[in-house]
Design a protein around this ligand. Structure first.
Ligand SMILES: Cc1cc2nc3c(=O)[nH]c(=O)nc-3n(C[C@H](O)[C@H](O)[C@H](O)COP(=O)(O)O)c2cc1C
Length: 141
């Protein structure tokens, strides 16, 4: 079973709710997860996991969070090459365009998108939380 490292950022709690649902689903399956907000994370613990999971809402103009998540990804740099990753987050309008850009950026860095990214409009509903659970099934392997 793959181990998971999850780093998230959330300002009003929507992405955090998705992160908590992800963690609960991993633990319900008996999986091993290192879980932290990006600002408080232990990078070594995160990096020792098999699959790297990132949560960020849409910020700026269809961008990911630029105080913690983007610097973390920049810092991981070449280590993303060949690494299984998964991304999720909440957005406020439109169709979650930021996730398409983010996915393309991660692929350009050589990461393997190990499960379809999950987005939702504002507060995650049951459908979004169900997609998070389904992603966990795929990612644990
Ligand atoms: C400064 C700011 C910029 C935002 N930019 C976008 C955006 O470009 N596209 C979008 O869909 N939502 C945008 N939003 C809305 C948030 O992504 C949305 O409210 C989301 O649910 C917040 O998630 P969180 O509770 O995890 O922080 C923005 C919100 C703020 C405060």
């Amino acid at each position: 079973m793959n181990t998971i490292g999850l780093a998230y950022w959330s300002s009003t709690g929507n992405t955090e709710t998705m992160a908590e649902a992800f963690k609960d689903a991993v633990e319900a399956k008996g999986g091993n997860i290192y879980f932290s907000s990006a600002e408080n994370m232990d990078k070594e613990a995160f990096m020792s996991a098999d699959v790297w999971v990132f949560g960020s809402p849409a910020c700026g103009t269809e961008e990911i969070n630029d105080t913690d998540i983007e610097p973390l990804i920049d810092d991981l740099g070449d280590k993303l090459k060949g690494r299984k990753v998964f991304m999720f987050g909440s957005f406020g309008w439109g169709d979650g365009e930021y996730m398409e850009t983010w996915t393309a950026d991660m692929e350009a860095k050589g990461a393997i998108i190990a499960a379809d990214p999950v987005t939702c409009l504002e507060t995650p509903d049951d459908e979004a939380l169900g997609k998070i659970k389904a992603a966990v099934e795929v990612l644990l392997g």
